[in-house]
Design a protein around this ligand. Structure first.
Ligand SMILES: [Zn+2]
Length: 138
């Protein structure tokens, strides 16, 4: 499955984040999957494992269990969350964030910032910051 590529320094940052989170949250996923939580809010929880796997936990399920995702939108969303909340901006330089192609337009919902009202990753451009020319009219 596709996962995020994490450098040594990113893994070191994640270790520090994980230690803080474990002291604060009573969440077995952090320990069982060697993960940090990216978000608990607005929709399913998302976790980034220190080996780069991305897990989704939907508390609306009957028997919630974290499920690995390799959906590029999920990988992109967790990247922007980790970049914003934990200053892991290197995550925004991966193949998941191609530069705006010629003919594409800046996203009208997030104005290219990838965030809506500074709270949720932009659902219109899927955190890319731009809209491909084919989709701009819709
Ligand atoms: Zn947008």
């Amino acid at each position: 499955m596709e996962r995020l590529t994490l450098s040594e320094s990113m893994i070191a940052s994640l270790r520090a984040i994980q230690a803080k989170q474990m002291a604060y949250y009573d969440d077995p996923v952090l320990r069982d999957h060697d993960a940090v939580v990216a978000t608990y809010g607005l929709g399913p929880a998302m976790y980034l494992c220190l080996d780069g796997r991305v897990l989704i936990l939907d508390h609306d399920e009957d028997d919630p269990a974290p499920v690995e995702t390799d959906d590029e939108n999920d990988l992109r969303i967790i990247s922007v969350i980790m970049a914003k909340r934990h200053k892991m901006t290197d995550l925004l330089t991966t193949y998941l964030f191609p530069p705006k192609p010629a003919g594409a337009s800046e996203c009208r919902l997030c104005s290219g910032t990838r965030w809506v009202q500074d709270k949720i990753s932009c659902p219109l451009c899927r955190a890319l910051g731009w809209i491909a020319a084919d989709n701009a009219a819709s």
